[in-house]
Design a protein around this ligand. Sequence first.
Ligand code: UD1
Ligand code: UDP
Length: 366
Amino acid sequence: MKIVTILGARPQFIKAGSVSREFLHQAKLGEEVTEVIVHTGQHYDSNMSNVFFEEMHIPKPNYSLGIGGNSHGAMTGQMIEKIEEILLQEKPDYVLTYGDTNSTLAGAISASKLNIKVAHVEAGLRSFNMSMPEEINRILTDRISTLLFCPTSIAVDNLKKEGIYNWKNNSELVFSGDVMKDGAVFYKDLAVKPSGVEIDDNFILCTIHRAENTDNIDRLTNIISALNEIAATNQVVLPLHPRTRKIIRERNLDINFLTIIDPVGYLNMIWLIKNCSLVMTDSGGLQKEAYFFIKPCITMRDETEWTELVESGANRLVGAEKNSILHAFKETNEFLKIEHNMNLYGDGKASKIIFDSLKRNLINNS
Ligand code: UD1
Ligand code: UDP
């Protein structure tokens, strides 16, 4: 079985870390599985890319395309062209894509036009907000995927409602669980405290990078203003995404009350999640990780794809209004009075289910 994996952005490295490890494990057990890794270059700073390959022992990419820091159309178009060349040469059984970035969509389009099966990890998630670039990417990718690996039962239901798995005869919808859970289980005891920064007890871990917040100055100003106010009582540690750093600089926004650090690797991040008192974020992945480590989470977005977290009461969806953020912050203790379902995202073996399904699908259709 030959798989070409398309990666490009930080959350994809973290997801692939678990699945690639499973492929290597299966190869050691004697399975014939070869993974060819294509790094599109969407994320390219060392602390947004290399650090994850090193820490998670992801094999070095076979192809590095160096396509990043561009507009959506230019980035996606260039990726499609380059990935097509690679696929013509490699002739894989599957193209494996993760999540909802421009790299995901480029991989799916290149493969499907060559009639190569697309396997999509994190299929079926929906925010129902078509102004988000991620929503466009995930809907289009699901539509042209053959194997749809759903992390949650809600994702399965979304695809069933859309009728996606009936569209092609050989397409398959698999409730795999979430590969991010695999990573959290595997790395939970390997966490490393970030160096070079003083971290208080009861600190709050915060990340902001989504286009809907960073590209809307009112939203970004409100969020930062709320965080500055919160920082008067609790240290707010904010590993700053380069996109957000650039905009904060351009707009000269005051972040002096916050503990700003550079983006950190996964092992530092796990430490920060495990040791914080609260997560405040607009990240998709971090919302789940907060739940894995039983931390309350305030999500500064208008909607989330991970609705089960909000329904559980562990996650408050507050948008970007200063008062809503501050109100949720005051009620943080209430979030923890809920019961956490530790199998909400599977049992940490999603990568094995993915490998088994790829293998079975190949045998059944050969
Ligand atoms: C992308 C994904 C988003 C995901 C996020 C994860 C899309 C449409 N968006 O958003 O879904 O949540 O990754 O972090 O694919 N930059 C650097 N160095 C880097 C990477 C980025 O300086 O290593 C800067 C560049 O100025 C770049 C900007 O950040 O133009 C935005 O990067 P881009 O990959 O376009 O989008 P993200 O906001 O990172
Ligand atoms: N993350 C990290 N270092 C950081 C910020 C985030 O390792 O400085 C991890 C985080 O723990 C999660 C993943 O990156 O595993 C989420 O990626 P991101 O927030 O960039 O994207 P999203 O999940 O929103 O698409």
